[in-house]
Design a protein around this ligand. Structure first.
Ligand SMILES: [Zn+2]
Length: 568
């Protein structure tokens, strides 16, 4: 297929992304930036029209030659057409149009790869048209006048000009000045009204060694109070809780969310409360990112080998029971730890091992190998059935991970991605992205294990995997070969899905409420001109209402009282 110029990082260099929040320096820049975002979107949509038109014509008449999905072809077509379709084109950098077309090309190739089953991870749909309210603004510059200013406070982008960085750019600027970093592209993007410039670079990096190259540590990640438990090489157990400011944002978040729900949608107060919530979420994400980076940097510089669990975070977030629980999976950011460790260990000269997904790290006693068959998610401690010791769940799991001796293939080491050759053309938000490594499906473990073995759970169809807590099923046979027998996430969460044909309990309550309300007041009045059924209903209601009059003197009592003979 090709089409994407693949950038190969030279030996001794690593791909690295930098992100700076910026602000405009002149008032004219804001509309200009918005125009560039729009120009990228316009070129993307225009190219998509060409591609779809070509596909449609070819369906009707297969002799029409296919339009190659490559950047040079589409860009050439754009340059011929732009005078007619976008007479305003000279006001934006040509990079804006090139960026839109390049993104479409990579989207088309992702779709095509997904159709052929190359992407093991998820299905990718055919590219859709971008609308202003859906597409978050961004534009990428590959060449032109872009640089970091020597004052370490400003970045220059083509046409847009100088943008002031809110953070000192010293670390990158120094590397660039010394010739140890090369800027590949700069991406300007907008998030929640804030502007960011992501700089994709390659950085020269000499060989390095962790301080304890032969030592190992294990990390058990969780979503409870103990966010991470680290088993160090010297048997020390380190418990890392959620950072206190982060926990404070979560409490504050609940309060502000309640505030929003009480205000009128579209009002000024509602807008203000929403802005407050967005600011809290941003703060929480920043705090979380910081804690992930401090932990991973510290461990990767120290240990030669780091072992983590293979958590299927996407399936945990979808499939687990309570909504609050699923939400906390994402909030704890445990999905970010492994990829971060993967590239940091490779930078530091160590390696990352990923334990088998079905390795029962929580249920096997580290000291004696005793195995608890039934451990629920909320149990923090348990008693070993073999030696009777009280076992701390998280610390035990971290120790088991540290001493994990499962099969290690190259893929295991690579899993989670390393800062390896990255196609720096697709939109990575300027961050060095890991190439999507095909993940092998769970290997069916032996059904029988000796007592002293560290056992691997044989998950049965539809049973609850208490290690991770979601409904796991073995992949069905006869799947597409590209899927490689992987546990499909939709299957993991499939049991939760509900169709419209069967209204759930909340709908039944709504229906009951409507019937009660209408039956009490409206239906008798409405029923006058309707059918016989309503008339009978009305009659029943009016007879019923007569019974209310029984206390009024001089009025005839209701039928049932007359029958019972309570009134003379
Ligand atoms: Zn034991």
């Amino acid at each position: 297929m090709g089409g994407l110029p693949r950038f190969q990082v030279p030996d001794g260099w690593v791909a690295r992304g930098w992100r700076f929040e910026v602000e405009t320096t002149t008032p004219a820049q804001r509309p200009l930036i918005a125009q560039h975002f729009g120009a990228r979107r316009f070129a993307y949509n225009w190219a998509l029209v060409q591609v779809r038109a070509n596909l449609d014509t070819r369906t009707a008449d297969p002799s029409v030659p296919p339009l190659p999905w490559t950047l040079p072809t589409l860009r050439k077509a754009w340059n011929q057409a732009k005078v007619d379709v976008a007479p305003w084109w000279p006001s934006c950098s040509k990079e804006a149009y090139a960026c839109g077309i390049a993104d479409l090309v990579s989207a088309l190739h992702r779709w095509s790869a997904s159709q052929q089953g190359i992407h093991a991870n998820r299905r990718v749909g055919f590219p859709k048209f971008k609308a202003r309210h859906r597409d978050h603004g961004r534009v990428r510059f590959h060449n032109g006048a872009m640089r970091l200013e020597v004052d370490r406070r400003h970045l220059i982008l083509p046409v847009i000009g100088s943008l002031r960085s809110k953070e000192n750019t010293r670390r990158l600027q120094r590397l660039v000045a010394k010739g140890r970093a090369r800027v590949l592209s700069m991406t300007l993007s907008e998030q929640g009204g804030r502007l960011f410039v992501s700089v994709a670079t390659v950085v020269a990096q000499g060989p390095s060694r962790p301080s304890q190259p032969h030592a190992r540590c294990g990390i058990d990640l969780g979503i409870g109070n103990e966010w991470a438990v680290v088993a160090h090489a010297d048997d020390a157990i380190e418990r890392i809780t959620h950072p206190a400011p982060w926990a404070a944002t979560q409490a504050e978040r609940r309060r502000v969310a309640r505030q929003i729900s009480r205000r009128i949608v579209g009002s000024r107060g509602h807008r203000q409360a929403r802005a407050k919530l967005a600011a809290l979420d941003r703060r929480a994400a920043n705090l979380r990112r910081e804690s992930i980076h401090t932990l991973t940097t510290r461990l990767s510089r120290r240990y030669g080998t780091i072992v983590v669990e293979n958590l299927d975070v996407a399936a945990m977030g979808r499939g687990m029971g309570r909504r609050a629980f699923r939400r906390s999976v994402y909030r704890a950011g445990i999905g970010q730890v492994r990829p971060t460790l993967a590239y940091k260990t490779s930078w530091a000269g160590g390696r990352l091992l990923v334990a088998d997904r079905w390795f029962a790290s929580s249920k096997t006693h580290h000291g004696c190998g005793g195995y608890l068959t039934d451990l629920s998610l909320h149990q923090r401690v348990w008693i070993c059935p073999k030696c009777g010791a009280l076992v701390d769940r998280n610390a035990n799991a971290a120790l088991n991970l540290r001493d994990w001796t499962g099969p290690v293939t190259d893929r295991d080491v690579q899993r989670g991605g390393v800062a390896a050759p990255v196609p720096l053309v697709g939109d990575h938000d300027g961050q060095a992205h890991a190439p999507s490594v095909g993940v092998r499906g769970p290997v069916r473990p032996p059904q029988v294990a000796r007592a002293n073995d560290t056992r691997t759970d044989p998950p049965l169809a539809g049973t609850r995997n208490s290690e991770q807590g979601y409904q796991a099923r073995w992949p069905k046979r006869g799947r597409s070969p590209g899927n490689g027998g992987r546990l499909v996430a939709a299957e993991a969460g499939g049991t939760m899905r509900r169709s419209w044909a069967m209204p759930g309990p909340e709908w039944i309550w709504v229906i009951i409420a409507i019937v009660v309300l209408f039956g009490a007041s409206r239906l008798p009045a409405m029923g006058r001109n309707v059918g016989l059924g309503i008339k009978e209903f009305k009659k029943g209601v009016t007879e019923g209402s007569r019974s209310d009059d029984k206390d009024v003197p001089g009025k005839p009592a209701s039928t049932d009282e007359r029958e019972r003979g309570t009134t003379p």
